[in-house]
Design a protein around this ligand. Structure first.
Ligand code: PLP
Length: 431
């Protein structure tokens, strides 16, 4: 069932599921099945021909995943979603649904390292060119666009720089040229809704805040249903020319009776069908549990992060705190424009006077914070990028990516603020 509420707190509990149609179970059941009994040969044929929508095989759809998809689509203000095995799978499919060999897309340089690698190396293997541009000037996206540019890609709140992306500015440039903007909103669920600012597609690594408890890897793509894929049809051959793998279906035409879901439906019935990377029903269940408390947890994460940033800014051993609320000029304006509810996210960085050695000592001295290469867990997490995630980069490239020798990244959890500050305090005393 759909939920009339516009409030995230209600949507995450009620959208996409009220009570199970088969059992009246209130909790979303885990449909741990590979396949579904057809009612007869005509029913089976209709499902395969997409004349009727229904369950065929769990690689392509599953009722537990379906609830997660409906809930996330409702939360974001999109029209439909697709759950996948990981955030990386979501990014890969989001791009490959539009780009073929010989095509290009323009991407912000401020990206998660795994996404950078996927774009710079693996996409290249498929003949797809990623054009990296500095997002501090949105016009860079226009300059890098040509007739073969199929989409733009960026993260809302990329770490380690934590400079909020100019969503509307770039979405507007894209719309004027007929190019859709895909936003990775992993670090800013609830506090940012990219569709409100003109993005066409949103993706998440659900592994982070949406799951929230560090138990499961997953990803999702959400279709805003707000982009006209037919207007500049030549730019989107995958959606506007006959698909030989589906009896010559032209997706923008074939899907029309179902609503503006050509983009997301094509991913499900072609890329997911062919490549796999499906989310398991059990993981979907875990993400549904996480999602039900996401608005509460995000508030707690973000409130704690503000308190940590303000506290660190006054600490004598800290030379610099990287946190959107403490920025000035254009980065602060963007943070205030695109992040809502007085929140600035729950990731922050800081630099220690003592450089690399102090960063190391600090991390080793932490007792409450976990030392892990993850973000968005309910627990507080820390890492020293110069000796871990960014250690393969040259010192110059480390600096270009926003990582100085003494930079420490924190993902602030929802523990009591006194305990978080006490742990930071004792670790700073040793570093
Ligand atoms: N996007 C962002 C911003 C991330 O931080 C990550 C993982 O750290 C990913 C995407 C990839 O997600 P996953 O690890 O679920 O594949």
């Amino acid at each position: 069932m759909s939920v009339a509420s516009k409030n995230p707190e209600t949507i995450v509990l009620h959208a996409g599921h009220r009570a199970d149609s088969a059992t009246t179970s209130v909790a979303v059941p885990i449909y741990q099945t590979t396949s579904y009994q057809f009612k007869g040969t005509e029913h089976a044929a209709n499902l395969f021909a997409l004349k009727e929508l229904g369950n065929i095989y769990t690689r392509i759809m599953n009722p537990t995943c379906d609830v997660l998809e409906q809930r996330l689509a409702a939360l974001e203000g999109g029209v439909a979603a697709l759950a996948l095995a990981s955030g990386q799978a979501a990014t890969t499919f989001a791009i490959m649904n539009l780009c073929q060999a010989g095509d290009n897309f323009v991407t912000s340089t401020d990206l998660y390292g795994g996404t950078w690698n996927l774009f710079a190396n693996t996409m290249k293997q498929f003949g797809i060119e990623a054009r990296f541009v500095d997002p501090s000037d949105p016009e860079n996206f226009r300059k890098a666009t040509d007739a073969k540019t199929r989409c733009y890609y960026a993260e809302t709140l990329p770490n380690p720089k934590l400079k909020v992306f100019p969503i509307k500015e770039v979405a507007d440039i894209g719309r004027s040229l007929g190019v859709p903007l895909i936003m990775d909103n992993t670090a800013a669920p609830i506090i940012c809704r990219p569709f409100d600012h003109g993005a066409a597609v949103v993706m998440y690594s659900t592994t982070k805040y949406i799951g929230g408890h560090g138990t499961s890897i997953g990803g999702v793509i959400i279709d805003g249903g707000n982009f006209d894929w037919e207007k500049d049809a030549a730019r989107f051959p995958t959606l506007n020319t006959p698909d030989p793998s589906y009896h010559g279906a032209v997706w923008t035409q074939a899907v029309k009776p179902l609503g503006p879901i050509a983009y997301i439906l094509r991913i499900r019935v072609t890329l997911l069908r062919d490549i796999g990377a499906a989310m398991s029903p059990f993981n979907a269940f875990q993400f549904i549990q996480g999602l039900e408390t996401l608005p509460l947890r995000m508030r707690a994460h973000c409130d704690n992060a503000i308190k940590v940033a303000d506290w660190l800014a006054k600490h004598p051993k800290v030379t610099n705190v990287i946190f959107p609320k403490l920025m000035s000029g254009e980065p602060k304006r963007r943070a205030d424009t695109y992040l809502r509810n007085g929140a600035y996210g729950a990731l922050l960085g800081f630099e220690l006077k003592g450089g690399k050695e102090a960063g190391r000592t600090f991390i080793d001295a932490l007792k409450l914070f976990y030392h892990v290469a993850n973000i968005g867990d309910a627990r507080s997490l820390a890492i020293h990028p110069a000796t871990t995630t960014h250690s393969q980069l040259s010192p110059e490239d480390q600096l270009a990516s926003g990582v100085s020798e003494g930079y420490v990244r924190l993902s602030i959890g929802i523990e009591h603020i006194d305990d978080i500050l006490a742990d930071l305090d004792q670790a700073l005393a040793k570093s």
